[in-house]
Design a protein around this ligand. Structure first.
Ligand code: ADP
Length: 258
């Protein structure tokens, strides 16, 4: 299958590190016009080096998705510079650790402001651009935790569940303009904010037993799905949550010691 993503203008939030960086690298390989956004511009130095080396257009911009002014001005700049936005990938996110009985207001608010509010602000800014093109792809980071939450991460799980409903609503609102909106649910990927691979071996074993494929995921495996969702090959898929968790949601722990 040819993805044919060459020259597509692809905006990625939180592209500085972790899964976002791997997604940006995948679109550079596809020779897209990648627009990499992150709250930290230093985190995007790698991107500008890689993009220039590959001789591709695109660019790196500082953008805090929790700040409406920042989002609005960056999207205006991107449209002035590149003329269109074909794909928006809302990857930026933060964790929100803590039991419900213990979590403080600031942690809860930050988690929602970035994880849900960020998706909302970016879509509000980009939707008119995609509507005027009568085409577009919106791809939002959810998590398996949107379906089965982990104890001790209520803020994160609730924020990701909200992303799923926001995505479905966007799909309904933007469908008439040939714009699709889908969410993806990565599983346990030992990069960036997740540190599963640093846990003691027994704890790791218990977690790995909850994954149908019995191994951690790789950011590249998420990036492959996102390239598919960004391409014409996914044109009749909208309003879905695509599970890319190695079966985290598919099976339970074995009952009889298999
Ligand atoms: P993951 O493992 O899910 O990739 P990371 O924490 O490694 O998670 O990456 C998240 C990215 O999102 C980081 O590059 C971080 O700087 C970025 N990010 C976090 N908050 C914001 C924000 N408010 N606006 C834009 N980018 C953000």
């Amino acid at each position: 299958m040819l993805l044919e993503l060459t020259d597509r203008v692809v905006v990625i939030t939180g592209a500085g590190r972790g899964i976002g960086r791997t997604i940006a690298e995948a679109f550079l390989r596809e020779r897209s016009r990648v627009v990499a956004l992150d709250v930290s511009t230093e985190a995007l130095t790698w991107f500008e080096d890689a993009r220039e080396q590959a001789g591709l257009s695109g660019g790196a911009y500082a953008c805090d998705v929790s700040d409406t002014a920042s989002v609005t001005s960056v999207i205006t700049e991107v449209v002035t510079e590149h003329g269109r936005i074909d794909v928006l990938i809302n990857n930026a996110g933060v964790m929100g650790e803590g039991l419900v009985s213990e979590i403080d207001d600031a942690t809860w608010d930050r988690c929602f402001d970035v994880n849900v509010g960020g998706v909302f602000r970016m879509c509000r800014a980009v939707a008119p651009v995609m509507k005027s093109q009568r085409s577009g792809r919106i791809i939002n980071a959810a998590s398996f935790a949107a379906i089965v939450p982990s104890i001790g991460s209520a803020a994160y799980a609730a924020s990701k569940a909200a992303v799923v409903q926001l995505t479905r609503t966007l799909a309904g609102e933007l469908g008439p303009w040939n714009i699709t909106a889908n969410a993806y649910a990565p599983g346990m990927i030992p990069s960036g904010i997740n540190t599963f691979a640093e846990m003691d071996p027994q704890a790791q074993g218990r977690l790995l037993d909850t994954l149908t494929l019995r191994r951690w995921g790789e950011a590249e495996e998420v990036a492959d799905l996102i390239c598919f969702l960004a391409s014409d090959a996914s044109r009749y898929i909208t309003g879905t949550l695509v599970d890319v968790s190695g079966g985290k949601l598919a099976t339970q722990l074995p009952q009889r010691g298999y």
